[in-house]
Design a binder for this molecule. Structure first.
Ligand code: HMG
Ligand code: MG
Length: 312
């Protein structure tokens, strides 16, 4: 019997990142038809937002170099699931051109709160990266395409250590000022703990950023992703990023492990009486199937429990 604690939202929107954040970090290349089936099954399981792929340089992320082949295979999915959004990552105008040519309707740019990660992930300083995004967000807006802004390394950075909240708020506000409709705060290497989440969200609140524009993106390196999510929900956040089966990491951030598993998140939310629209059993079956394709069990505790320890 679900029991909702006071101060929690009635509904949470899950931003599923498995096909992008998950698969970008797989050592093996997943065939395009498997990716298309993965996304189709995630949509059928009730996920209303499924981040499909990235239009980045194919040499930087070879795992997602098939974006041009993948997107046409998803034609018809949004008709089958009204309201379904299939955002893609776009770093620059070249990426935007590629995405718009394929009729993409939602994009995301990805900034860094630290200089080292900006250099490693985007080959420029954090400030230069924002300038690279400026025409992207502007042109996307003119085409009626909303842009989500990711901000990485919001709590800690493997090269620079702890990241001051003021630095994170500064970059977050600048991303929103570029015209991003939503800001996703990434704990890219999964080092945050709940008090830091509350502190950072309070700092954004003091800076005048409405909590409705903020999403949280936790990686589960130290097993803190669910606790951090609950802390964020208590602060009023209602959009949570997660990855089916706990797939994920980031190829340009050593020590980044998988994202918060969508199944673990859904188990907690449903137990709290919070609606997600997700069919947990269908989702678990999908992650079990994907684990089989990847040749290794899902790290998600909920997947393991619900598949009776036979995930994969
Ligand atoms: P660069 O080498 O500085 O690019 O890379 P450039 O602008 O100098 O261009 C060099 C060449 O690349 C040119 O070709 C461009 O046309 C081409 P040439 O004229 O020499 O023949 N090029 C492209 N080709 C295809 N698609 C493109 C593109 N752009 C340029 N979009 C760049 C800069 C941003 C492209 C590169 O650094 C890159 O692709 N980085 C992507 C890294 C990435 O995807 N990282 C993972 C995602 S972030 C993440 O996972 C974190 C997140 O999950 C949140 C969290 O957890 O914190 C979101
Ligand atoms: Mg990530």
């Amino acid at each position: 019997m679900p029991v909702r604690a006071e101060g929690l939202p009635a509904r949470v929107r899950i931003h599923e990142v498995g096909p992008r954040d998950g698969l970008q970090n797989e050592s093996s290349l997943v065939p395009v038809e498997v990716k298309a089936e993965f996304i189709t099954r995630l949509a059928a399981a009730g996920l209303g937002t499924v981040e499909a792929t990235s239009f980045v340089h194919p040499k930087w992320v070879p795992q997602l170099a098939d974006a041009e082949q993948l997107m046409p295979r998803l034609d018809g999915l949004t008709e089958a699931h009204p309201g379904l959004r299939l955002p893609v990552l776009v770093p620059n105008e070249r990426g935007l051109d590629r995405a718009l040519e394929l009729g993409v309707t939602d994009i995301a740019v990805f900034a860094s709160a630290t200089e080292t990660f900006a250099r490693r992930n985007l080959n420029r300083s954090a400030g230069e990266a924002l300038e690279m995004f400026r025409p992207v967000v502007q042109r996307a807006g003119q085409a009626g395409v909303p842009t989500r802004g990711y901000l990485s390394m919001c709590f800690g950075d493997p090269w620079e250590g702890p990241v001051p909240a003021a630095q994170v708020v500064d970059f977050g506000v600048r991303l929103l000022e570029l015209g991003c409709t939503e800001l996703s705060l990434g704990d890219t290497i999964g080092v945050a703990t709940a008090g830091q989440v509350t502190e950072l969200l309070a700092a954004f609140d003091r800076a005048g950023v409405p909590v409705g524009r903020i999403a949280v993106h936790f990686h589960d390196t130290y097993g803190q992703a669910l606790a951090n999510t609950l802390a964020a929900l208590r602060c009023g956040v209602t959009t949570v990023d997660a990855s089916a089966g706990g797939l994920g990491g980031c190829p340009y951030a050593k020590s980044a492990t998988g994202n918060l598993a969508t199944e673990d998140l859904v188990w907690m939310l449903h137990g709290l009486g919070i609606e997600t629209g997700v069919d947990l059993r269908a989702l678990v079956a999908t992650s079990g199937w994907m684990a089989g394709r990847l040749g290794r069990p899902s790290p998600s505790r909920a997947v393991q429990a619900l598949l009776g320890g036979t995930a994969g």
